[in-house]
Ligand binder design. Sequence first.
Ligand SMILES: [Cu+2]
Length: 477
Amino acid sequence: MNKRMNFMFTIAAIAVMGGALFGSSFTSQMTGAAFSTDVNALQKIHDMGGLELVMPAAFAEAGSCDSDEYADRTVVEFPLTGVSIDLPRLGGGTFSAMTFSEQIPGPTLRVTQGDVVKMTLTVPEGEATPHGNDMHASQVSAVPTFGAVQPGTEKTYCYIAQVPGVYKYHCSGVNIAAMDQHVLQGMYGIAIVDPIDGYSKLAVEKTQVNANGDVTRDRQFHSGDALEWQIQYNQMYLTDAGTYDATAMFAHQTTYTATNGQPFAYVPNDIHNLLNGHPGTNIFVAQPWNSMDLHQYQSQLLFTPTGVHNRIFVENHGNEPVFFHIVGEILDRVTQGSRVQSAGTETWLLGGSQNMIVDLVFDEPGIYALVNHDYAAIYTGAATIFVAGLPLPTINETATALGVVQGAVDTGMYAGVLGNPYDAIPPYGAQSIHHPAKNVHCMCSDAVAAAQAESGAVELWVAVPAILEAAAAAAEE
Ligand SMILES: [Cu+2]
């Protein structure tokens, strides 16, 4: 069996397993052929365009938005577009991305527990393939709700977000055929469901020496309000031409590990080199997206003050586990759904399609690397740099010389001057501490980047050279 045949067989086998799971009438037609190498039977599935399940008429109403249960609840609309575009890949060139609304990950939905989500997926005319949307925050019949939406059409379904937490949403492919390709090439995102009674205050474990000279516990409490982040992991499997490499996927041979759609999305770059007073000199070893010409794709840093409650929404969309660890820090609390799973822990494990909320306070100014502590993941893209406080003296001096340091000093972090990357920040909720500024950053089309700028995010590739030029001119006078 050649590679391509092997690939087609496996896809078909998965499709049939999915059918068995859904108890479809189609599965019974396939009994006996499902796991054989009967290519004719497999060809039949392919010709059918995946699983076109025959459902009883009553099921056709699943996910309807016309329900008495929805009266008196807040309805939150969540429109998405399923569209294929080319996006840049690490090391140059592009890859054949599949996206929700021209960005990877797709837009983040944020609702409060008990809200109704009204999700509409539009697939434009001319799109090469149908798409679907499986929202893990819902509890509805998967069939036909998550089924394929044909090009030139749209589909809406509704559900009540009953359980708080972080939830993946992802393309369900063409009735689950080619779902792997659609998700791994970019069709994924998250829904955040805030708890109806809010986020709890955070207890951080400390010790102190009391008046008698005894070392005692000194638990410190922070309010439920927090500076918030979103970090989503996935694998990328690419051929040299930038197309999806199914053979690599089945062998679990990761090309890159994407953090919010981009390997090494949050590490230093040209801008930080310039502000560090050494243009052209890397202040870190790994700076793979290192040119202001890369615009929204240039990597950025995550800035946070010390002593502040951070809340990180984490989702593992991928095929590999995530061993979530922050070098130099301890995770003060880990929550899944409405349950605290751990407090004061070094690393927390997320399997595929699993999520958590990490609460932590950075104690000392410095550089902290958030990693998937799987070495294959770290070196293929799962390294994210948090800069806590104002630990880079040269940047402080440069910013002072430019007259822009006050913003950093006032906020206790460089985001006061540089902003934090747009795509690392979820939509604000009732208990969000707002970031002082955002900068334009995403694995997205120019149109999405322009929309970020329009909403007030700073285009650093425009702003920083302008500031430096003005400073140089002022120095000459
Ligand atoms: Cu799709």
